[in-house]
Each structure stands twice: as C-alpha cells, then as structure tokens.
Design a protein. Structure first.
Length: 132
C-alpha cells in the first residue's frame, strides 16, 4: 500500500485516475492509496517452482481491499476503488518498484453526503452455480 496525502503528488495521481473521463471526485479525496503486488511473491518457493507462480496475490489484494473498505465504512469514512489508470504512469509517479503491478487505487475520505448510491446487482442465480 502506498498512501498519498502530499498535495502535489495527490493531484497528479488524481489526474492519472481520470484518463477515461471519470473519477473526477479523486481531485477532492484527502487520501489516495495505491495497492500494488510483487511480480511473483516468494512465499512458497517449493510450490511456486513446481507449478509456476499461481498469483496468490490477486486474491490477497482483493481480501485486503475488502477489509480496508469495510473498516473504513465502520469508521464513518467513504472509499472508492478505482482501476482505470495506466499502471506505468502511477508506478513512475509513486516510485513503485519496476516488477510490481498497481492493481487498484482507493480514494479515502469523509462522505460528501449520507446518500447511498443505488446498486444494480445481478440475481444470485446469475452468479452462483450449485452442483448437487
């Protein structure tokens, strides 16, 4: 996790998050957090050498982001997970190691209002398959 609060760097990062025209609110977020992973972690070298790198970090990052955003909400903070950015530009700006990949950037701050955005969710039977 790379936490950015320094105004000039944060403004540049916010600009990088707006490459497709969205995420305009990133300009006003008091904190932006880049979440990155190692190229191929060496946590279980025997397993990884035998069956190649299985990218366990993808799951770990998802779990970490989920827990982070849930704890933030419990603390009265708002978050937004963003993924529309050019990885190389964010890495260069934040001096993230060459082999690492930035997977997401989280905006963190107090909500501007109490309104909860309507969510359009798929029905359970569209995303879950049971094998009986």
């Amino acid at each position: 996790f790379t936490v950015v609060t320094e105004p000039e760097t944060k403004a540049k990062l916010a600009g990088l998050l707006q490459i497709v025209g969205g995420n305009k609110f990133a300009d006003t977020a008091p904190v932006l957090i880049a979440v990155s992973e190692d190229e191929c972690p060496k946590l279980m070298p025997g397993v990884l050498q035998r069956w190649s790198c299985k990218h366990f970090a993808h799951c770990d990052i998802g779990i970490a982001i989920a827990h982070f955003t849930l704890k933030a909400a419990e603390s009265g903070l708002a978050t937004c997970i963003m993924g529309t950015f050019e990885d190389s530009d964010v890495k260069e700006l934040l001096d993230i190691p060459k082999g690492d990949t930035v997977r997401a950037v989280i905006a963190l701050g107090y909500p501007s209002d109490d309104k909860v955005r309507d969510k359009n969710r798929k029905e359970l039977d569209e995303i879950v398959r049971f094998i009986d």
